[in-house]
Write a protein that binds this ligand. Structure first.
Ligand code: 5AD
Ligand code: SF4
Length: 418
């Protein structure tokens, strides 16, 4: 039987949906194939956050249409929602387009018209072992002016607290070592128990040997008190990802982020005061109207908060967003220049942050044990760790203790001690 190929772009949500589809197809007796030539079904799960990812998806769609034909392709995700016409123009009329942030069940119904699929079981997929991704919310009503997500993913939908706890319990019971809770703007989670802190506290009380963390926070919907309470939980990983986007209050306002640098500093304080915790962020360079002075404020903020890791993006104009209608666009050459300058600073900060751990011992969740090279995992504060280990080789999903020899820009390097 010919196989299926899933190409996934973008965020953790897309990774989760693709993994669930993969699982269902494998249970339905299909096999995953590596190349277009061997595939009789191609699923393209798209992301619209930046133009580059979109262009890659369209170019892959064109390639796939030539090899397998439009009727054997399912085009899903944010770009499918926003630009169905272009997809059909590229691939041809027979293309299967799934619009909206459809539930996996809906996607499988369409997939089922191409190849037979089995029953979907909503256990977190084993293929992401040892991490179980669990949705708390879908959609976003943040309306940051640069962002396409509120249009592509639609309004917020909250997953019932009972369902979340049930999924968490099942994941722990099936030996997942790490739970990752997902929401575009997770601080807006609400349930009969309360908000994010309350549901995370309930997860923390579950029995078992597991770590958990959550993505993504929005500074405007978070309080320092909540940060402190989360940091006290027993099973929580020692890291906070708190997107800053810009170091200039003026630009934050134009982005409709609804916080100032001073607000952000109050949230970051508990994390920065605790050497066992890391702080990571997202920054966009070259937002419309960003002056040299605004950019200098971003550089100061990145240095001042001593971020352990920064996801740096060049501003990408997304059709239909409020910022796409702003007149004072930053020239691409200047965006490139600012991006390179900030990237060097960010990389230096990551290196310094990792070097501090030389000579220390850290707990590491094992993620890969390739034959003939170092094992790979991540530390409880979210750093990449490469380590050598003698027999017996640790299993994926186990937690081992590693003596750190040195730190680099990419992470930590050491030797397993037990
Ligand atoms: N251009 C550049 N980066 C963007 N992001 C979201 N929209 C855009 C855009 N139009 C980045 C933000 C967000 C991350 C997921 O993607 O930094 O936090
Ligand atoms: Fe986009 Fe802002 Fe919503 Fe995040 S909070 S998904 S950046 S609109």
């Amino acid at each position: 039987m010919a196989g299926f190929l899933i190409k996934t772009f973008g965020c953790q949500f897309n990774q989760l949906y693709s993994a669930m589809i993969t699982d269902a197809l494998i249970r339905g007796g299909h096999r995953s194939s590596e190349s277009l030539g061997e595939a009789s079904l191609v699923i393209i799960n798209t992301c619209a956050v930046r133009e580059k990812a979109e262009e890659k998806a369209f170019s892959f769609l064109g390639e796939a249409a030539m090899v397998v034909g439009a009727s054997h392709i399912v085009f899903m995700g944010c770009t499918a929602t926003l630009d169905r016409e272009r997809a059909v123009r590229i691939a041809g009329r027979g293309l299967n387009v799934v619009e909206g942030t459809a539930a996996v069940e809906q996607v499988l119904a369409v997939v089922g018209t191409v190849v037979p699929v089995g029953e979907l079981d909503c256990t977190p997929p084993r293929s992401l072992f040892p991490t179980a991704d669990i949705e708390l919310m879908r959609g976003c009503e943040g309306y940051c002016t640069y962002c396409i997500v509120p249009r592509s993913r639609g309004p917020e939908v909250i997953v019932d607290v009972g369902e979340v706890l049930h999924r968490a319990e099942r994941a722990i019971g099936s030996s997942f070592s790490e739970l990752l809770f997902l929401g575009q703007n997770i601080n807006r989670y609400r349930s009969r128990l309360g908000g994010l802190v309350e549901i995370m506290s309930s997860v923390d009380e579950l029995d078992g040997n597991f770590w958990f963390w959550f993505l993504s926070s929005h500074p405007a919907n978070f309080t320092p008190e909540e940060v402190r309470r989360l940091m006290e939980l027993r099973h929580i990983e020692h890291r906070l990802h708190l997107p800053l986007q810009s170091g200039s209050d003026r630009i934050l306002e134009r982005m409709n982020r609804r916080y100032t640098i001073a607000d952000y500093a109050r949230l970051a304080e508990p994390v920065r005061e605790n050497a066992d915790w890391t702080l990571t962020t997202d920054i966009i360079v070259g937002f419309p109207g960003e002056t040299d002075d605004d950019f200098a404020h971003t550089v100061d903020a990145v240095r001042g908060f001593r971020f352990d890791g920064v996801f740096l993006a060049k501003y990408s104009d997304r059709p239909g967003t409020p910022s796409s209608r702003m007149q004072d666009k930053v020239p691409l050459a200047l965006i490139d220049e600012r991006h390179s300058a900030l990237l060097r600073i960010v990389q230096d900060l990551s290196e310094q942050s990792n070097q501090v751990l030389a000579g220390k011992f850290v707990d590491v969740l094992v993620l890969a044990v390739p034959a003939g090279s170092d094992a790979f995992g991540k530390s409880i504060d979210g750093r990449n760790v490469w380590f050598s280990c003698s027999e017996p080789v640790p299993g994926i999903g186990t937690i081992v203790n590693v003596a750190i020899d040195h730190g680099s820009r990419e992470g930590l390097h050491g030797t397993r001690v037990c």
